[in-house]
Design a protein around this ligand. Structure first.
Ligand code: ZN
Length: 139
């Protein structure tokens, strides 16, 4: 696989509203978008720091992935997202290399991205998200 850069870092939070306030103070800038992603059972808030974004994630369902994560491990860094140009091809390469996938096909993510998660068992315990911005097209 050949990601172009780190697209965002996902942080699981219990309360999005207070986390947004906290990060606005911490980063000295405003959250530029709040968006609910029903497919992932989350509400997200985004900050931009240079090329990288910070994605705060609040669960909308205790049985959703973020709800379960917080119950088991508490708040904290949840995933790192790599930007790729052809997510379908990257998933094929991952499969060919016996890398465990959570999503076999790309899903609709927040902020207009197509996303797929790689299983942390295949990545030294870090949940990795691949994402492709369909709006930007190939470089
Ligand atoms: Zn993400």
């Amino acid at each position: 696989m050949s990601p172009s850069h780190i697209e965002h870092i996902g942080i699981a939070v219990k309360d999005l509203k207070s986390a947004v306030r906290l990060y606005e103070n911490l980063l000295g800038r405003e959250c530029y978008k709040i968006e609910e992603v029903p497919g992932q059972k989350v509400r997200t808030a985004f900050f931009r720091i240079g090329e990288v974004k910070i994605e705060l994630l609040e669960s909308t369902d205790p049985e959703g992935p973020i709800g379960k994560f917080i119950e088991k491990r508490g708040e904290g860094v949840h995933h790192i997202a790599f930007a790729v140009n052809d997510i379908g091809k990257q998933l094929e390469i991952a499969r060919d290399n016996n890398i465990g996938l959570i999503n076999e096909i790309p899903q609709e993510g927040a902020d207009g991205l197509d996303i797929a998660f790689i299983h942390p068992k295949s990545t030294s315990g870090v949940l990795i998200e691949l994402c492709e911005d369909k709006r930007s097209g190939p470089e």
